[in-house]
Design a protein. Structure first.
Lengths: 365, 338, 365, 338
């Protein structure tokens, strides 16, 4: 009786788009003025970001295939969503990302090799959140949306104009935590931006299983304005993110952004999407590749010539080479470090177990 | 030093107020904690003094209370979350065990979560379902958390301030049925450098049996010790205070003298704190033990309806029965005609 | 900065109303035909229901004050919402209520005294859910909405046309479970009706803390149609519930109903609403009392004369007397019953603890 | 009776298929269990056979998976829920402990919840954070639940069928690192009237030490017994299978012969199953014990990153060290030059 319902696609609302798949830039649309300052040099820089994070992705995938990483979650296809939004942030804003948001971390200044730390299994995270103002990636789906909301409450309390931004997927919208985050954010008009990358899939589950209506619609029922944006359009993403950030800084509260994009690769390197995904879908979305359109635009206005392409590619290769070298150089942590940082303050049981373990190691050696 | 006679709920209230005065990063949040002052009035008057952003009435969502408190801690605050009743902590379980407990180690020591999670717990007040749970063992099994329980007003005041001042997340269990019991509280004591919350305390000295309890059962344990005294049995009663980590130094020192251990708690027996204490004490002083440690606990059942709770919560008689068993005097209760 | 926001009232959408506070019945509105069969006799029966459940409420409150019950959660003010909706159900439909839904239980045939079992503390619940097709009241806020959704999935699987109906409050809408129930219900187009009694308060917290927009708006973001109804209007409530049930039976999926009503009493007998509630509010809502308007209407059409009033009052008093007698006659359960029904199948640890406890009791006696 | 050599994941798959064939009230639900067949392929092919309503891919919400399964059970079904990884069970914790565990007693025996909750658990596969937890003790402390764990394909097949057939809710823990290990499985065996899941089994007979393990550590325990054998130490290895209730009859019978008990588990030590087993065995046969029971467990830390897990999960050496300790041979490991 409902098999057909399960197959129906969610309704797609009109969405913000400024740079079409053909590379044409709309300079007059409602959101265009928000990125009027993004001239060709800035667009070139955004393009460079996207090329580099894609290159990081490829290299990390290769490292995983070669047994150097336990797992890797590729962002392939989501570069515009991540770069466009992250480049809109102010230094003081604070990001609460999920595991796939490597592009965001790159923009915040996290060293690419530090992205690998967790996947190589040498530690649960690779950087100090306060240095880059980006929390370490969250694995529990949706949990970070509450942390962002709480951080935003803190900014209100401190009269800061910093904004919290949280990244999560289409699947995450089903988790109770995400709805609760919307409730709290709305209730206190917290300065938080909910940035949902709807990449159409949650592992093997299509977005229509999570929602019968467009994901962006979710927000309005909580009293939070939603904007749906072409997530493969770096300019449009930047524009809507800027608008949401400005709204938050004006004290008008949270905004929910749905960036409509596509996970062009597997869920992680452990996944085989051919088991569940129609091949035609990938073909369709490849035509909307977020990098291709920027390149087309930049070529059209004559600034992305082969020499520039080569320079960017060389930069990306250098980043990749450093990433690989850094990965291979990472040392396994000593077994005594098991007991580090479980608590801030002294803890007799930890001390006891550490001593016993050290005695055991001495005995073994 | 000013001393006042306060109920336990007033003592916690005073401790919260003092912590908020001393440190403006301390914020209080939870359901009905503001205007109403909490269903047990533990936060009464705080919102009037500190405003509705430092004392936040939250929407009805426990996972969000904990999750947003984590974000507040990231932003430099020291949140004190109230979970209205023991039985409502489970919706927040994921945020507590996957986030609060692991954030410091996950981030290799860069993020600290100085959060306090206040939970009224236990039975004895004739409450409806889900209002009398003793879930502490779920948290003592979770590494990365500190868990404390208090048993009288003076202790409640001292320990709530220490919990809030701690840079580790602390679950602070308040035995509901003791809220209204009064005691003297040294109100403006400066916190001792030796934290009360790290140390079990001997609340009654004794030589024949060590009786370990915490929270609402400390009073019952003291009553049992007094009753046993009249029969010439000398019970040393230890109030654990810290449930994680447990102050085994104190417990073992006592058991090494008495050779006999009884542990009492309200939570179900299987996998309760009694199991850990029995196992750990047996490991540490097997050759001092004259008898296997005895557990006097709630049964392995969901907390029963109000009319049955008196049979489920260890009372004086059941504790004395445990004492008899550890002394190999199985029938003395009967002999006494009780 | 947000104090003002915290005080603002949520936007009120237009809502279904058929019997106004003055007793005037609208026979032509959009939903009127759905209750065209409710003539004066039927309306009289609904009135009788409401009078009786209010009387049960008064008696139970008195019993609590006299120490016979541990607690009681009055439904005072919510009679129309509960009677109107419950009387719309078919016998095969299944209800998943919360603790305040005594009127619903009454309609389903639960003996009033069985409502008291849990509050007197002799057992955790008072009846067999399968006999009345109403689950025992849920204390964990919102949890039952998932049970209802699952039951509805079961009805789909069994090709039954029974519908699951779940009752919950305005506060409950903040719990993750309720949002997750909406997700699942929408995804599978499950035959479930979400019946939210927005009684304006969750203990001391006003509904505006839970939502910045009307509660009914919540549903649309999940792809579920919402209807807001005057919850103090028994006819309107019945009409919208019938419409939601019919929709579910047609296989069109869930509906969310917000019944706008008011908790005229305390949260429970342990609560003192004067601590947090402006007195004017109660005055305002007393004018919208759900019983008064039906009485006015019935008097207007001449069928509620003093004799009829007296008959209904006598019926209600009889129910109350039986309730009181039943309450006082309830025996405390024996301590051995502690171990009953923890498991269906034999369980050695339970057996061992039961035996030990019995031996202990023998020793004591 | 047809016997096949199957991996543990294939054996569970076969058990699920068999249960669904035998009883059309059995439904399977969870994230990615349908088209993908689960991230461990345990439900592979079931949706093709039984359709997308008896094998339901669910939205990404664990509390809802459990909560709707309760409703399905109310409607007469026997849901088998998959939680994708151990670390994702916590969002469903409230529905499990407040609803699943208590519904039968809450309703005075009128509602039964014949649910099975499958949870891949434990480490040893180099996984990311939250993918290697051992949360079983949280559930064994919760009254109203049955908890089992399997350790090989034959057992996995038998026990999944028993769990589904049980009228009580059963948590079924699958040790991830054993999914790919093969073993012979008697496929069409009719269920024995004596349920395997109720009984611990002696997987290696021995006389000097009783070694209790479950799940992924059973294999390690057997290896330890084999290694010890070469030194003349005879270890009896018991695979618990049922973690709640524990078959103490079997454990005690063994300890009464050996006088020495070692319990091994991956979960953290404090409040883990080792505590309960140590305490309960000490209570039951104190005078047979030659030494305090020894626990060889994960440390009291959140599960560590992949590169450290080999130090955290008890291995052959740590188990043998525990055996040495219970035998009062503290340095034999060193003597052996290991
Ligand atoms: C609480 C929880 N449940 C399940 C998982 C397993 N899991 C990891 S990623 C994933 C899908 C997430 O989908 P989505 O939110 O759309 O993000 P995407 O992976 O597409 O970026 C699932 C189910 C998890 N990590 N956490
Ligand atoms: C999970 C959970 N958290 C908190 C509570 C305590 N509590 C009981 S009733 C209530 C308010 C409920 O408000 P609402 O949903 O509007 O229903 P109402 O009582 O107004 O009918 C609260 C917070 C609870 N029972 N369950
Ligand atoms: Mg996705
Ligand atoms: Mg309400």
């Amino acid at each position: 009786m409902t098999a057909d319902l399960l197959e129906a696609a969610p309704g797609i609302s009109p969405f913000v788009s400024l740079l079409g798949p053909d590379g044409h830039r709309d300079e007059t649309g409602e959101f265009a003025h928000l990125v009027a300052d993004i001239g060709s040099a800035e667009l070139m820089a955004l393009y460079r970001d996207m090329v580099i994070v894609r290159r990081i992705d490829t290299e990390a995938t290769a490292l995983q295939r070669q047994g150097e990483l336990g797992l890797w979650p590729p962002l392939l296809g989501q570069e515009a969503a991540q770069i466009g939004s992250a480049r809109a942030l102010a230094p003081d804003d604070f990001v609460f990302p999920s595991y796939r948001d490597n592009g965001v971390a790159w923009v915040r200044g996290v060293a690419p090799v530090d992205l690998l730390v967790a996947w190589r299994g040498v530690a649960q995270s690779g950087w100090d959140p306060f240095v880059f103002r980006v929390a370490t990636p969250q694995v529990i789906i949706g949990a970070q949306t509450l942390h962002a909301t709480g951080y935003a409450l803190g900014m209100q309390l401190s009269h800061s104009d910093a904004v919290a931004v949280t990244y999560f997927g289409d699947g995450a919208t089903s988790e109770g935590d995400v709805s609760e985050a919307l409730v709290f954010a709305a209730s206190y008009a917290a300065p938080v931006v909910f940035f949902c990358q709807n990449n159409q899939w949650a592992i093997s589950e299509p977005v229509r299983l999570q929602s019968r209506t467009a994901i962006v619609d979710r927000a309005s029922g909580f009293g939070i304005p939603g904007i749906q944006v072409d997530g493969n359009d770096v300019l449009a993403v930047m524009a809507v993110t800027r608008s949401a950030l400005a709204r938050a800084r004006r004290g008008e509260g949270p905004t929910f952004i749905e960036a409509v994009t596509y996970r062009m690769g597997p869920h992680t390197t452990a996944d085989d999407p051919t088991r569940y995904r129609p091949p035609a879908e990938l073909v369709e979305w490849t035509a909307k590749d977020p990098l291709t359109r920027v390149a087309a635009h930049l070529r059209g206005i004559g600034i992305l010539d082969p020499a520039a392409e080569a320079r960017i590619a060389a930069d990306a290769d250098a980043v990749a080479a450093e990433l690989r070298a850094g990965c291979l150089a990472m040392e396994d942590p000593p077994s005594e470090s098991l007991f580090d940082h479980v608590y801030v303050e002294p803890h007799p049981r930890i001390d006891e177990q550490r001593s016993a373990h050290e005695a055991y190691l001495r005995m073994l050696s | 030093m000013s001393t006042a006679s306060l109920t336990m709920s007033a003592a916690i209230n005073a401790g919260l107020r003092r912590a908020m005065e001393d440190d403006d990063r301390v914020v209080v949040m939870g359901e009905d904690v503001g205007k109403l002052g909490g269903v047990y009035r533990v936060t009464q008057g705080l919102q009037q003094t500190f405003g509705n952003r430092r004392v936040m009435d939250t929407p009805l969502a426990e996972s969000a209370i904990l999750g947003t408190a984590i974000g507040l801690a990231y932003a430099g605050y020291r949140p004190v979350c109230e979970i209205q009743f023991d039985g409502f902590v489970y919706p927040a379980f994921d945020q507590i065990v996957s986030q609060v407990a692991r954030m410091h180690s996950r981030t290799r020591g860069t993020v600290k979560l100085p959060m306090t999670i206040r939970i009224p717990f236990g039975g004895g007040i004739g409450a409806a379902e889900h209002h009398s749970d003793s879930p502490e063992a779920l948290f003592t099994h979770t590494s990365g958390l500190r868990v404390v329980s208090v048993s009288d007003p003076a202790d409640a005041y001292a320990v709530i301030r220490e919990a809030i001042a701690s840079d580790d997340p602390v679950l602070y269990f308040e035995p509901k049925r003791r809220y209204h019991v009064k005691g003297d509280v040294a109100l403006d004591a400066t916190p001792s450098p030796v934290r009360a919350m790290d140390h079990a305390r001997v609340v009654a000295a004794g030589t024949d049996v060590t009786l370990v309890a915490y929270g609402g059962l400390v009073q019952t344990a003291l009553a049992a010790a007094a009753a046993a005294q009249t029969e010439g049995i000398s019970i040393e009663v230890i109030d654990l205070r810290s449930l994680s980590p447990i102050d085994f130094e104190a417990v073992v020192a006592s058991v090494e003298r008495t050779g006999r251990l009884v542990v009492a708690h309200e939570a179900s027996q299987t996998g309760g704190l009694g199991a850990e204490i029995s196992a750990a004490v047996t490991e540490r002083c097997f050759y001092s033990l004259e008898h296997a440690p005895v557990r006097v606990t709630g049964f392995d059942i969901p907390f029963p309806p109000a009319k049955l709770e008196k049979h489920h919560i260890p009372d004086l008689d059941r504790i004395l029965d445990g004492v008899d068993r550890v002394l190999d005097r199985p029938n003395s209760l009967q002999d006494r005609g009780w």
